[in-house]
Design a protein around this ligand. Structure first.
Ligand SMILES: [Zn+2]
Length: 439
């Protein structure tokens, strides 16, 4: 069973075991083989949790049975528990003999130890309509799911993005102070800070990490309300404009102002200078090379293809790209078994590596990494940018350090980290053909 969108994998085995025996070693062998098969399945499929249930034909009170000891030993080695003796276990019997009416508990459910917190109740259902000599064993589990990724991501439009470059320093200080307060109000989740178990696959820890991530992102977007908005893409510069055209433009404006102050004379020295500077400016803007460049820039910005492979609407075009990239990324075949083996090998190396728990990110490293980020780079989804991090106060960076260490320990990444934003850049076909490029 796979619990999307997180990749929590639960292996559920339901068995019907041979009748127990106090002397038949072949029977015992068969019983043991089935148990081993289940634990092998769990190991070879790298599952997060395991549930073994069914008719084990073994009552724990039957101390003379060869099966009882085998069952107890195997499942305790695998950290599987059946909750018998706990308050959650409300099973009186699961089998009632049609012959003599004797009752026993032959059916069991064994769950991974890390599911302990999720079990609500284990009980039997006795119904007069039940035609079997066994009665159903019910195990109620509360299986938490991570929040579904938003189907329609609430992207911040470019006009709503903070414009960091134009923000005065005292405003950035305000952002920093607000974010610092928000960081102080929230302590890192205990599941994240206290767990140093490298192969930890407790999903409550992963969920805590996801919530921690969501809180840090939300804190940034709440604190940035003081920053002026409108930090979207800037208009493209026209090449050569500042060097060749702008000085002539300003000179023409200057002489036009002088000419206006002089009462707009139709002739005379001032009128001539005004005409001359104006002509020079117009000539520059009409200069063939510059004009071509300007034209090209305008064209390239305006001419978006209105159809891709016959698809016309935005939704259809997105689906074409989706299909193309799906084919591309799946074009190299692979053997699932080889991949599983490799993953198991890597997991084994990680867990057997003695110093694995000392590879932690320090606050200093986090600060250095943030300082090396380029400005004005956006995530494309949650609406935060590298500037949110570069302008963040120390308490936020401490949280960031704890958060990334949690991700490393748990081999987990939040949903947002797995979202890809694809921006297609239509190619200039003529230019490609001229250059002899066909790709
Ligand atoms: Zn953990």
């Amino acid at each position: 069973m796979l619990f999307p969108p997180s990749d929590v994998r639960i292996l559920v085995c339901c068995v019907y075991m041979p009748c127990d025996t106090s002397y038949d070693l072949t029977n015992r062998r068969e019983f043991l083989d089935v148990l081993n098969e289940m634990t092998n399945l769990a190991a070879s499929h790298s599952v997060n949790h395991m549930i073994c249930c069914g008719d084990f034909n073994t009552d724990f009170n039957r101390v003379n049975s060869l099966h009882t000891e085998v069952l107890v030993n195997i499942f305790s080695q695998e950290n599987l528990c059946n909750f018998q003796g706990t308050q959650l276990y409300k099973v009186d019997y699961t089998f009632e003999s049609f012959v003599d009416g004797s009752r026993s508990i032959l059916d069991h459910v064994f769950l991974s130890e890390n599911l302990k917190g999720q079990v609500k109740c284990i009980h039997t259902v006795h119904s007069p309509e039940d035609m079997s000599d066994h009665c159903p064993l019910l195990c109620e589990l509360i299986i938490p799911r991570f929040a579904d990724p938003p189907t329609d991501p609430q992207r911040r439009s470019p006009s709503m993005r903070p414009k960091w470059s134009g923000a005065p320093s005292h405003v950035v200080d305000e952002y920093r102070a607000h974010l610092s307060t928000l960081c102080d109000e929230n302590v890192a989740p205990n599941e994240v800070t206290s767990c140093h178990d490298v192969p930890c696959n407790d999903w409550s820890h992963r969920r805590a990490l996801q919530n921690y991530h969501d809180y840090l992102v939300a804190a940034c977007t709440v604190a940035d309300h003081v920053i002026p908005k409108g930090g979207g893409p800037q208009r493209k510069r026209i090449p050569g404009w500042a060097e060749h055209v702008k000085p002539l433009h300003q000179r023409a404006l200057f002489w036009h102002a002088i000419w206006t102050q002089c009462g707009r004379p139709p002739t005379g020295a001032v009128a001539d200078v005004r005409c001359h500077t104006r002509r020079l400016y117009h000539k520059a803007t009409k200069h063939a090379a510059t004009w071509k460049k300007v034209q090209k820039m305008k064209n390239s910005a305006a001419q978006h293809p209105n159809s891709v492979n016959g698809a016309r609407s935005d939704v259809e075009i997105v689906s074409v790209f989706k299909q193309k990239y799906s084919n591309l990324y799946n074009s190299v075949g692979y053997d699932h078994r080889v991949l599983d083996d490799t993953r198991d090998r890597v997991n084994e190396l990680i867990s057997s590596h003695e110093a694995s728990d000392c590879h932690a990110i320090t606050l200093h490293e986090a600060k250095t990494a943030v300082s090396q980020l380029k400005r004005n780079k956006h995530d494309g989804l949650a609406g935060i940018s590298t500037d949110h991090l570069k302008n963040a106060p120390q308490p936020f960076l401490s949280h960031l350090t704890t958060f990334f260490n949690g991700l490393l320990t748990h081999g987990f990444s939040p949903d947002d980290f797995n979202v890809a934003v694809l921006i297609s850049i239509p190619k200039n076909k003529r230019k490609s053909l001229k250059g002899g490029r066909t790709g």
